[in-house]
Write a new protein. Structure first.
Length: 279
């Protein structure tokens, strides 16, 4: 009998009595626990990539942007924005950074190029920043959350400045060209369009902030040399476009770059998706 137990896979106990071999009930229980563990991990992953939450965050961020703009406009915002823009012009002249008129003068000789830059100004963030977010989300990439967090931090961080220091874009001042209106026939000051954006939010440049975030994220993640090289020139290219089209001052672009770099560094402290840029 003992031999039969040994053959069936039993083991001997401390006092010479055989242990029973693992039965089917125990195997079923182990399989059930494993299945529950896998299901729990899948459920946590689904919750982490919740479309409802992502849409809510996007609408909340956009709503905050519109509210800050309406509050700034309600407090004599247009006049204050023009005065702040003139102060930036004076500051840039003292620092030797008043490059916008020269850049615009050179660009206006090539209307087709200017039209392309106007299109780029409108689509840059949609194409690259939102595009990269959508790419990471679609792949359920864990890096998505860190990158999205950095974008939200940059966006939210700009709102107090938009509210307390409203600034008109260069195209609103004499001596600058509104390339969107003159070349592409788009009037950003149309009463219908201003319902959907803040027309006195030139400082800081969120275009440049998001460009810094996107370029840094792609440069540290991609193994493609051409894509990495493109990422390194992306933010300077965006800064040139926003200045050349009369939508931001050079100082706006510099502050926007600092905002983007700061948001990226702050988001990286969480350690789940955004890595500081490699030296």
């Amino acid at each position: 009998m003992l031999g039969a137990v040994a053959k069936e896979g039993g083991s001997w106990g401390k006092h010479g009595f055989p242990h029973a071999a693992p039965g089917p009930c125990r195997s079923v229980a182990q399989a059930s626990r494993g299945r529950r563990s896998r299901e729990g991990g899948t459920l946590a992953r689904v919750r982490r990539f919740s479309p409802r939450r992502e849409v809510g965050l996007a609408l909340g961020a956009y709503g905050l942007y519109l509210v800050a703009g309406r509050l700034a406009l309600a407090r004599d915002g247009r006049a204050r924005a023009l005065r702040n823009a003139e102060r930036i012009v004076a500051l840039e002249k003292r620092l030797g950074l008043d490059l916008e008129p020269a850049v615009q003068h050179a660009l206006m000789r090539r209307p087709r190029l200017v039209h392309g830059l106007n299109v780029g100004y409108v689509l840059f963030n949609v194409t690259f920043t939102l595009g990269w977010l959508a790419f990471l989300y679609r792949r359920r990439d864990e890096r998505y959350h860190g990158f999205r967090r950095a974008c939200v931090l940059a966006h939210v961080g700009a709102q107090p400045v938009f509210l307390l220091l409203p600034t008109a874009p260069p195209r609103a001042l004499e001596g600058f060209v509104d390339t969107l209106a003159e070349v592409s026939g788009v009037d950003l000051e149309h009463r219908l369009l201003v319902r959907f954006y803040n027309p006195i939010a030139a400082m800081p440049s969120l275009h440049v902030a998001f460009a810094v975030l996107t370029a840094g994220e792609i440069a540290t993640r991609t193994s493609s040399r051409p894509l990495g090289a493109l990422a390194h020139v992306y933010a300077p290219a965006v800064a040139t476009v926003v200045a050349g089209t009369g939508n931001h001052f050079v100082v706006d672009a510099v502050v926007g770059a600092v905002l983007g770099a700061g948001a990226r560094r702050l988001a990286s402290l969480r350690g789940d998706g955004v890595a500081p840029r490699r030296p």
